[in-house]
Design a protein around this ligand. Structure first.
Ligand code: F6R
Length: 629
């Protein structure tokens, strides 16, 4: 890093992290016009939050502030009518936590009489108290947000040094923040600070960047520095400094990112979600690449720093995750218990972190997260580490908080997942969990011949998933038949129970149809009361040991007049006569079924949402990384 403004004293903050808002930040300082760069970065971060957006630039005569309610396209319209000149600026796309999605609540917020502009991701817990104090000092509030207190605090402390002002301001905050500020009094200077909400510095030549997510910097720089908690950064066009909380300039590690430009664009597809569904065969290939060891009939992970002896002593695996990643973990439970004969528990991260379960030192905690930033999963990981347990992360986003904080991390290599509904990350998670189960199994009792068979079968999965995608036309037909319904039930057993949960989650999040997944046999214990002619049930009935049992459950639904959509194998001669609609998937061994069975469910959700006119890549009320607890 090049030298920049002087380091300043930082106070120590001791309090518990509670999470942060799920918004996106992009900042720029350099020799080019900032506005197009900020707008472009925001567009890439839009999946993080999209209820309002704004930017501020420093011009020769002061600050230029532009905001809009709605998506980045709305902000772009504003900017077309009223451009924002200047070669430094900050910007933000918001997912509301405090205050509705209004123009006043959109970031950036101005401090004092426009001495500073601030964007903030996070939750300030003592904002009410600070607001009263600042109002008593004569500051006027223009929004309902917790973030505005930061802008006024910085303005209050702004004297000769903007870094000192930020330092003093953040020392008053209780909660979490990833923030960036600019001031017309210090043109070209961008100050950032992080506690509990990610910030990454992008290093360029005569220009520097700041963002809440490295993906916003794609195409601008490959060299990034991830700020750590309680660090500040000071950027000018020619310098980028990271400061530790103890005053001293920190020694930042510069990471070189390997962007794949193709991956982050929609290409020929109408939506990222469809592109990501169709990419799944390649995703399985990438998740396996370099990890299959045919000599020892096992899987290896280059960076698995837990030595085999320690792994062998482990007598319990605890997996923790949220949402789709939690469903992948449930499949991991079946896989690890079956192949490695190790007891596994799967817990929602939000429950695990507060439950204080008895944990012994022979357990390993596996945190599974596509984004690597999910607040609850991160907190569960930290809690496990605090208790002295070894931790392993399965993450997709390289350099994310969970990936960096776990004792070791296995990356999914799924490529950027932009659609808010997770699809290819799930498939990559299940693939990596299979490899991990194989690895743990081979350290224990799994025979070499069983290991070889699993490797052989695994290598056929990309092609089998490719074949499964051929069901798309049939799924489109079924979607046309059912897209008007209000409730859908999903049923599966064993490995397919978590897939039923995942199918239901996909449908509800992007089509807003109420859907629930159940173990098929649970129907009789309550959910069957929901069955009527307007409530279709999706039954996962490929050939497997529980086929007959699941078919009996299917008959119970039919007997009550419920329409049945079956996901079955072409070899099944009974199913056509029993189900109203059938989606065919290739026949595979039981432990591979999730990888093929999930595909038609993802497509069904997609096609139904499309027919209902929903905003598929940005479903209402959701955001891609849930960094609020
Ligand atoms: C569903 C979905 C969410 C995420 C969940 C966890 O389609 O995307 O349920 O799976 O928020 O996110 P990660 O995996 O980033 O921790």
């Amino acid at each position: 890093m090049r030298s920049g403004l002087s380091a300043v004293a930082c106070a120590l903050w001791f309090y518990r992290l509670r999470g942060s808002s799920m918004c996106g930040i992009v900042g720029y300082t350099g020799y080019r016009e900032a506005e197009p760069i900020l707008r472009d970065g925001l567009k890439r971060l839009e999946y993080r939050g999209y209820d309002s957006a704004g930017l501020a630039t420093v011009t020769g005569s002061g600050l230029c502030l532009r905001k809009s309610v709605g998506k980045i396209a709305d902000l772009a319209d504003v900017l077309q009518r009223q451009p924002a000149p200047g070669t430094s600026g900050i910007s933000h796309t918001r997912w509301a936590t405090h205050g509705e999605a209004t123009l006043a609540n959109a970031h950036p917020h101005l401090g004092g009489d426009g001495e500073v502009a601030v964007v903030h991701n996070g939750v300030i817990e003592n904002h009410a108290e600070l607001r009263s104090q600042l109002q008593a000092d004569g500051f006027t509030f223009r929004s309902q947000t917790d973030s505005e207190v930061i802008a006024h605090l910085i303005a209050k402390y702004l004297d000769g040094d903007p870094v000192e002002a930020v330092r003093r301001a953040v020392s008053r905050l209780r909660g979490t923040y990833g923030l960036a500020m600019i001031s017309p009094r210090f043109p070209g200077v961008l100050v950032g600070a992080r506690l509990g909400s990610p910030l990454v510095v992008g290093l360029g030549s005569n220009e520097n960047y700041l963002s809440s997510d490295a993906s916003a910097l794609r195409g601008y720089t490959e060299d990034v520095v991830y700020l750590l908690d309680r660090q500040l950064c000071v950027l000018t066009p020619n310098s980028g400094n990271v400061l530790s909380v103890e005053l001293a300039p920190a020694e930042p590690v510069v990471h070189r990112l390997n962007w794949d430009m193709e991956d982050a664009s929609r290409g020929e597809y109408e939506h990222f979600m469809l592109k990501e569904i169709c990419e799944q065969p390649e995703v399985i290939d990438r998740a396996m690449a370099g990890r299959l060891d045919e000599v020892d009939s096992t899987a290896h992970f280059g960076n698995l720093s837990l030595d085999p002896q320690k792994l062998n002593q482990i007598d319990r695996v605890i997996m923790t995750a949220c949402g789709t990643s939690y469903h992948a973990a449930l499949i991991g439970e079946y896989l690890i218990e079956s192949l490695a004969r190790l007891p596994v528990e799967v817990e929602y991260a939000s429950e695990f972190r507060y439950r204080n379960p008895p944990l012994d030192r022979k357990s390993i905690v596996l945190a599974i997260s596509q984004s690597g930033e999910t607040a609850d999963t991160l907190a569960a990981l930290r809690e496990s580490k605090r208790k002295g347990l070894p931790t392993l992360a399965l993450c997709n986003v390289v350099g994310s908080s969970i990936a960096r904080e776990a004792d070791c991390t296995i990356y999914l290599h799924a490529g950027p997942e932009v659609g808010v509904a997770s699809t290819k990350a799930f498939t990559a998670q299940v693939t990596v969990l299979t490899l991990l189960a194989l690895h743990l199994g081979r350290l224990r009792n799994l025979s070499a011949s069983a290991g070889t068979r699993i490797l052989d079968e695994l290598q056929q999965m990309p092609d089998l998933v490719r074949q499964t995608l051929d069901c798309h036309d049939e799924v489109k037909r079924i979607a046309r038949k059912y897209h008007h319904v209000s409730n859908v039930l999903y049923m599966g057993r064993q490995y397919l129970f978590p897939v039923a949960l995942e199918g239901a989650l996909k449908l509800k999040e992007i089509s807003y149809i109420h859907a629930e997944g159940y173990p098929a046999a649970e129907m009789k214990h309550g959910p069957i009361a929901l069955v009527d002619e307007d409530t279709p049930s999706v039954f996962l009935v490929p050939q497997c040991p529980s086929y007959d049992k699941t078919m009996s459950n299917l008959e119970e639904v039919k007997a009550r007049g419920g329409p049945v959509i079956a996901v079955a194998c072409p070899e099944d001669e009974r199913i056509a006569g029993r189900a109203d609609d059938v989606i065919l998937i290739p026949r595979v061994a039981e432990h591979w079924q999730p990888l093929v069975a999930v595909v038609p469910l993802q497509l069904l959700a997609y096609e139904i949402a499309l027919l209902r006119g929903c905003d598929i890549d940005k479903p209402r009320n959701l955001a891609k990384s849930v960094t609020v607890e």
